[in-house]
Design a protein around this ligand. Structure first.
Ligand SMILES: [Zn+2]
Ligand SMILES: [Zn+2]
Length: 323
């Protein structure tokens, strides 16, 4: 029953509209509330698709939020989720983040996460975990915004309230290796090396009531199967072959080396056996190309060998109706 309730919550968060009434249904006395929630803040790619923010996922356990990737739009999508009732995702409550790799579509919201999280009330340093290069990226972002930070913390500044949280703009960047990289009373996070165009990691989250694995960008790798191993939720990228066929050859060859096709994901998921498969970070339609019903027909058909429950999220509009 608990798993069913969890899946229902995830499903509701994915719905474009009309979820509020069902989400606010009173619980019966026999049902215990699910402690873990997954919120897809953004499911996009480098393409500036107006319907999808950049990759950003939150795993919320009780009142804690754990962010994976911070693509463009992350903070506004977090606020949208908070307005939908997931208060753990309030921007000022984003204190711990994990980045799968340093491609811009996964990190272009980093300065926003640091600075808007601070001005939204984060009083402690942001803790961020990710591959080599993260510390340098962090130092350069903070240097780029030096004037902003100095102004806001100045006794004469227009936002003296923010200055009361002198540590809120700070960041502790942790460069990681595979293995257990984070642990507190709510979650244990295990990183595993994936295969992408640069150093990259997927993450497994073990919470008191759920196990969740997120792939980041990667070619299919055995370690993802092992990390999941009948986990509750596998969130994995996938690129539909029929759409890729319409792309330039350079993109097709890049995807073949560093991403996962829908057919490959079906094969992987059948071995990993998650109770729920969530597909994200699918390639966007080229401008002018619209194929209504495409994902309902082609992706589901390609994944037809995967017999378990499967979601494919196209739009981040789910959270509030626009992006
Ligand atoms: Zn990406
Ligand atoms: Zn990438």
């Amino acid at each position: 029953m608990q798993l069913r309730r969890f899946l229902l919550f995830l499903f509701l968060m994915l719905l474009p509209n009309g979820a509020n009434t069902q989400e606010s249904k009173p619980q019966t006395s026999k049902e215990r509330p699910t402690r873990t929630k997954v919120v897809l803040l953004g499911t996009g790619t480098p393409v500036p698709d107006p319907d999808r923010s950049g990759p950003a996922t939150v795993i919320a356990v009780d009142d804690r939020a754990y962010l994976i990737d911070f693509g463009p739009g992350v903070v506004r999508r977090a606020e949208a989720a908070a307005l939908r009732g997931v208060t753990a995702v309030e921007p000022g409550n984003l204190k711990v983040a994990f980045v799968t790799h340093l491609h811009s579509d996964h990190t272009a919201g980093y300065s926003d996460l640091i600075l808007t999280g601070w001005t939204s009330g984060r009083k402690v340093a942001l803790e961020v975990y990710g591959p080599r290069g993260l510390q340098s990226m962090t130092e350069h972002i903070l240097q780029a915004y030096r004037v902003d930070i100095e102004t806001r913390t100045s006794p004469d500044g227009p936002m003296r309230d923010v200055g009361r949280f002198p540590d809120g703009w700070k960041v502790n960047a942790h460069e990681i290796k595979a293995g257990v990289i984070y642990k507190d009373e709510k979650v244990t996070v295990t990183a595993f090396a994936t295969k992408h165009a640069m150093e990259s990691y997927g993450y497994r989250f073990d919470t008191p009531d759920r196990s969740i694995v997120i792939s980041g960008d990667t070619n299919p790798v055995e370690v993802t199967i092992n990390a999941c191993n009948s986990c509750d939720v596998l969130i994995h990228e996938a690129q539909p072959l029929e759409l890729l066929a319409k792309m330039p050859e350079s993109i097709q060859s890049f995807v073949a080396k560093y991403h996962t096709t829908t057919e490959q994901l079906a094969e992987l998921a059948n071995k990993a056996k998650p109770k729920l498969l969530v597909i994200y970070h699918t390639v966007s339609f080229p401008r002018g190309l619209r194929l209504p019903g495409f994902f309902r027909s082609k992706v589901v058909r390609m994944l037809s060998t995967f017999r378990r429950k499967c979601f494919r999220k196209r739009s981040a509009r789910d959270i509030r109706g626009n992006s």
